[in-house]
Design a protein around this ligand. Structure first.
Ligand code: PRX
Length: 679
């Protein structure tokens, strides 16, 4: 940490600082001609924003015309809350817009994807795929999917490491209209089973393993374990990545009697490279992506083709200031298993014809400067990561980024959780050398793309604020009864108008869709607003400050988890009778997981059991869900009606000395028992 940085933090100055946009900023890479930012002034933002709200059909219709359509729409928007149809009757294909469109315009030999593998023995493994290369691979794999019986509308599950085949697989699904369901490679076998069964998926694509911090993530092994618990999968396609020793199932392992395991390279060898993109209806499903909610198992968020395409394209263009032919290299460090990777590695970026960089592994392998060496090696111009990563970099020390030439960087972005002002300032100074605008982008799996975000070098920035709404986003802070709150008053964040990227539903659960997003807040006439689950406030400049989730969802290292999911995993262990899980402040993760657990008779509350319970949660959900703290207690604090008092537990987990109101607590001695319990 620099002295200037330390003194800013100590004097509390950071929160109050505003960073004015820089007048001569350009997002073009070094050595390139300067480009004029797409949005040049605050005045232009305001004009466009006003039009986007007063004439959404005109605004979004114009945006959609920048992309390729096989047939035009007859109406831009049909809205009957909570159901939206965007670009009604229009026919398009997202894979076509990511690839073919650029070949048609004479850019087939430009680089589409730059990929770097994790292992560094003898230097990094790097692959560059041009639009033409990608076209061949995507068409071939689309034909492979067809040969396995995949038809338009069938959900294909993808559980892969960050290798080029992952991007090829999703684009192949989009090409033939088979919605994909990508499962993050860190999730467990049980998580795969739940998602495969929920989507009734018959084909799954995986790899023998993936490299992570020098070890092999046993992806195929997890898929094999999942297959023993579900009967829907006919085919498993396996990319050979690590040479891992894996079991192979030649024979059908389910009642359908189809051959199960296939090597990706064998199928590709036999496949034709001719596969025209299927004209998809704008409202045909593009993908489902599972995410955690307050109750039950993760839900499959559904996105459709046209609105998602236009929204992610336009947000990428304006928020990252993407320009083809401007020597830009864009890098988002997320995994394609999350919405950030879907929208801002693949679907929003590629139609903008700027190379997108994919990196396979961990930020600190083999050394903590790995990310900065990638920035230097590939001359990255736009860099998008999560606050949790920034906090880890801060902890590892300034010397790591300082070893590298980061002069190519033009813009920095963050996503996934609120960024603390200290981390913002470090990012600004040490990575951005005080010349890169920072875009702190607030959005969600459900919104498809950025909702509240600065526009680079146009919007003034304040560390910790995601600033102002994107075009078409009517964001407000309201009370429980839907009344807009005055400045600097906390309330619920609400979105009052439809936008093209909005989710179209939860797979197979209409009721939950309505109940979760469209029931809590209504206007005076009873019209529902979209409720994202976050609390926020607006300051005197109209800037938004996200205060975090107001439901039982926690945000661990920028990843969403339901406290109930972790509780269910804990009580599925034989030793556990009851469990309550809450979020707690965590230096690196932002929010850590604290679990309060009561044990059955005959089990010892010791370190060994704590380790076993952590491992058990890892096995049930995935490593990201392992509790940071497990406290054994004789009973949990409950109200007279039997509800667990989470607020008290949150205070205890945070180490707050004087816990909140306990007047409804049934048994006061419980509190003392928890406080005495070992961490
Ligand atoms: O609480 C908000 C937080 O992450 C939640 C969405 O999580 P998920 O669907 O997994 O998507 C993450 C990537 C878009 C939100 O409800 N969140 C996301 N971005 C920010 C944020 N909180 C504060 N500031 C952000 N920039």
């Amino acid at each position: 940490m620099t002295d200037a940085h330390r003194s800013d933090i100590e004097s509390g100055l950071i929160e109050n600082r505003t960073f004015a946009p820089s007048a001569n900023w350009t997002s073009a890479g070094p050595g390139a001609e300067p480009v004029t930012p797409h949005i040049a002034s605050m005045e232009q933002y305001r004009e466009m924003y006003e039009r986007s709200l007063s004439d959404p059909e005109g605004f979004w219709g114009d945006a959609a015309k920048e992309l390729h359509w096989f047939a035009p729409w007859t109406k831009v928007l049909e809205w009957s809350a909570p159901d939206a149809k965007w670009f009604v009757g229009g026919k398009t294909n997202l894979s076509y817009n990511c690839i073919d469109r650029h070949i048609e315009s004479g850019h087939g030999d430009d680089v589409a994807i730059i990929w770097e593998g994790e292992p560094m023995d003898g230097g990094p493994e790097i692959k560059r795929l041009t639009y033409r290369d990608l076209h061949t691979e995507v068409c071939k794999f689309a034909n492979v999917l067809k040969s396995l019986g995949v038809k338009k509308g069938d959900v294909v599950t993808i559980y892969m490491p960050m290798v080029p085949e992952l991007a090829i697989a999703v684009l192949a699904c989009a090409r033939i209209g088979a919605p994909h369901s990508v499962i993050f490679g860190g999730f467990s076998a049980n998580a795969i089973t739940d998602r495969v069964v929920d989507a009734n998926s018959k084909v799954l694509i995986t790899a023998d393993g993936g490299w992570r911090r020098g070890s092999i993530v046993p992806l195929k092994e997890n898929v094999d374990a999942a297959c023993t618990q579900c009967d829907t999968l006919d085919h498993v396609v396996v990319v050979q990545r690590c040479g891992a020793n894996i079991a192979w199932h030649h024979e059908p392992s389910n009642a359908h009697g189809k051959k199960r395991d296939h090597w990706w390279h064998d199928l590709m060898q036999a496949a034709s490279a001719d596969c025209p993109a299927e004209p998809m209806d704008a409202e045909d499903p593009l993908f489902v992506l599972y995410t955690s909610g307050t109750t039950g198992k993760p839900k499959g968020i559904m996105h459709t083709t046209g609105g998602y395409m236009v929204y992610t394209y336009l947000t990428s263009k304006y928020v990252f200031d993407l320009h083809p032919d401007a020597n830009q290299v864009y890098w988002c460090t997320a995994d394609i298993g999350w919405i950030t990777g879907h929208s801002y590695i693949v679907y929003g970026v590629m139609p903008n014809r700027v190379p997108t960089l994919m990196y396979e592994g961990a930020p600190n392998h083999p050394t903590p400067d790995r990310f900065w060496s990638i920035v230097e090696r590939h001359k990255v111009t736009q860099f998008y990561t999560a606050p949790t990563a920034i906090r880890a970099f801060m902890k590892w020390g300034d010397n790591h980024p300082r070893k590298h030439n980061l002069q190519s960087l033009r813009l920095l972005g963050t996503v996934g959780e609120p960024i603390n002002p200290e981390a913002w300032m470090w990012y600004h100074r040490i990575i951005g050398h005080e010349k890169c605008p920072i875009v702190d982008t607030w959005w969600q799996t459900e919104t498809a793309g950025h909702m509240i975000t600065p526009l680079p070098a146009v919007t003034s920035t304040k560390p910790g604020s995601c600033t102002l709404p994107f075009f078409g986003v009517d964001a407000a802070i309201v009370s429980e009864d839907g009344v807009e709150q005055p400045n600097n008053t906390g309330g619920l964040l609400a979105i009052r108008k439809p936008w093209p990227g909005m989710l179209r539903g939860i797979l197979g659960d209409r009721e939950r869709f309505i109940e979760t997003y469209w029931s809590r807040i209504k206007d005076a006439s009873g019209e529902p607003y979209y409720f994202p689950g976050d609390g926020a406030r607006r300051d005197a400049d109209g800037f938004f400050w996200i205060m975090g989730r107001v439901d039982d969802v926690i945000n661990v290292s920028g990843h969403r988890l339901g406290t109930m999911e972790v509780e269910s995993a804990l009580v599925s262990h034989e030793a556990v009778v009851e469990a309550a899980v809450v979020g707690m402040p965590h230096e690196i993760k932002g929010t850590g997981i604290a679990a309060f657990v009561t044990l059955g008779p005959g089990f010892d509350a010791d370190e060994d059991l704590r380790t076993k319970l952590r491992e058990h949660v890892g096995k049930e959900i995935g490593a990201i869900a392992k509790p940071d703290q497990i406290r054994f207690t004789d009973a949990l604090p409950k109200t007279r009606s039997g509800k667990i008092m989470r607020r008290l537990l949150r205070d205890i987990a945070a180490g707050v000395e004087k816990v909140g109101d306990t007047t409804t607590l049934e048994d006061y001695t419980v509190l003392a028992k928890i406080r005495e319990s070992k961490e």
